[in-house]
Design a protein around this ligand. Structure first.
Ligand code: HEM
Length: 457
């Protein structure tokens, strides 16, 4: 279904678009804020019971929530909605205004043209050796069988792989660790600042504020060091960093230093956090569904003949891939997205005024019983081709759709498959005492504190 068809269907139903209903449960002054803050995942899932488009009252502000797959697709595909609103303003304020993840219009189009070649499908095999090396190095480290802090390990591999593949250079090895820990603290603090915009209080010298400021400063310093190091090396390898350093604006002039800096920050933050949190959920899946871990192991062995899994094997690992997709369905790293309407428009016959903030949740859409039979059941076989064709369009988009779709979807899937295959063939995982795999909601969704013991097979 296209944007036009969604809107024209709406027009047939009613001449004048109507205001969307206000979701039930609002209280005076605070509206839905407390409900959203208390249990954001359940709250977003319940909105579908109130309508396809509903209004939320968050204190004095009205926000428009979109709850169906077709309408979330319509929002993502329409030029009437741009990247703006509280989520993006917080990101911009702290991470920079000139990166691809927050830019709009011609600047965004030019920046996508610069970053896209590094992520093209035919560019991915060149990253295979680094992905293999990192996945096997991790399984070597785990062979002692000591419990593993999944948050640390997931950030380590996510940042090391992105940095080594895209910002190539030996100097990355030692910095990847610092980047991982800075990112983790920065994302936690950014979410707090977004949901509790207490302005000046974040400038007071509380330990949490000091830790956040240190991590943010370290992130920006690291990026400066990476750029300076590359320039000092006199090398121009064929990678994303070279593409950024040699990029030109629409007048053919070199882009400014601030844009180069913000672009590297955008790539590292967008890539580090999402891959790390998805890896955490995959480790939870392997621990909680040993029957699927065993099937992955059998599949990998039948493909590799018992050799360590390699990049070239990945496209034949069907069940491994289905386990990853099903994990992303139930635990999407990017659980919520927002846009802002730039003009008066309509969605599903409901009036959306210019300037309205729109919110939608891949988490809620991917758990909708109208799209998925046994919607809460972990069932990787629902992604077998004959069953997957029943899934409605836009009901499963963990990488987004439209012009803001993640450029790194193939890159990420290759890494996730290699990682999952390497871990499941060598270990059975079990959660240990003190592990907490309940979801922690932040800018991304991750387990609160997953600890697993890798038991060698
Ligand atoms: C955008 C998810 C990995 C870089 C996005 C969006 C989603 C997403 C949902 C679209 C946001 C929107 O519609 O507003 C994911 C997931 C990943 C992943 C689930 C891994 C499991 C990566 C990696 C990188 C990356 C590895 C880079 C190294 C970006 C960038 C954007 C983006 C730069 C902004 C694109 C734009 O606005 O044009 N990602 N991502 N992502 N992602 Fe990813």
């Amino acid at each position: 279904m296209t944007v036009d068809s969604v809107n024209s269907e709406a027009r047939q139903n009613t001449e004048e678009p109507q205001d969307p209903p206000v979701a039930g449960g609002a209280v005076p002054l605070l509206g839905h804020s407390l409900k959203l803050a208390r249990d954001p995942l359940a709250f977003m899932c319940r909105l579908r019971d109130h309508g396809d488009v509903v209004r939320l009252r968050l204190g004095p502000k009205t926000v428009y929530a979109v709850t169906t797959p077709a309408l979330t697709g319509a929002v993502a595909l329409s030029p009437d909605y741009i990247i703006s609103g509280p989520l993006w303003e917080t990101l911009e304020g702290l991470l920079g205004k000139e990166g691809v993840a927050t830019a709009n219009g011609p600047l965004h189009r030019r920046q996508r043209r610069t970053v896209q070649p590094a992520f093209r499908r035919d560019a991915i095999p060149a990253y295979g050796p680094v992905m293999e090396e990192e996945a096997h190095a991790l399984t070597e480290r785990w062979s002692s069988g000591r419990p593993v802090d999944c948050t640390l390990e997931a950030f380590r591999i996510a940042v090391r792989v992105s940095a080594r593949c895209l910002l190539r250079g030996p100097y990355m090895d030692e910095r990847a660790e610092r980047l991982g820990s800075a990112l983790s603290t920065v994302f936690r603090g950014m979410y707090r600042r977004m949901v509790l915009p207490l302005g000046p209080l974040y400038r007071l010298p509380f330990p949490a504020n000091r830790e956040f400021n240190r991590a943010l400063a370290d992130l920006h310093r690291l990026v400066d060091e990476i750029i300076a190091g590359r320039r000092a090396s006199g090398r121009n390898p064929d990678d994303l960093l070279t593409a950024l350093l040699t990029a030109e604006d629409d007048n053919g002039e070199p882009i400014g230093e601030q844009e180069i800096h913000d672009q590297v920050v955008a790539i590292l933050t967008a890539g580090g956090e999402t891959v790390a949190t998805t890896i955490m959920w995959l480790l939870q899946t392997l621990a909680n569904h040993p029957e699927h871990a065993d099937r992955i192991r059998a599949e990998v062995e039948s493909v590799t003949g018992g050799k360590p899994v390699a990049f070239d094997d990945v496209r034949r690992l069907t069940h491994t891939n289905n386990v990853i997709v099903e994990t992303m369905r139930l635990r999407p790293s990017v659980w919520v997205l927002t846009r802002r309407a730039v003009t008066d428009t309509e969605l599903g016959g409901r009036r959306i005024p210019a300037g309205a903030d729109i919110i939608y949740s891949p988490y809620a859409v991917q758990r909708d019983p109208r799209s998925y039979p046994d919607h809460l059941e972990f069932d990787p076989d629902r992604w077998l081709p004959h069953r997957a064709e029943d899934v409605p369009k836009h009901a499963m988009s963990p990488f987004g759709v439209g012009n803001r779709k993640c450029p790194a979807d193939h890159f990420s899937m290759a890494l996730l498959s290699l990682f999952t295959a390497a871990v499941a063939t060598r270990f059975r995982l079990e959660q240990v005492a003190g592990s907490d795999d309940s979801p922690r909601v932040g800018i991304t969704l991750r387990p609160r504190g997953l600890l697993v013991r890798p038991v060698p097979r």
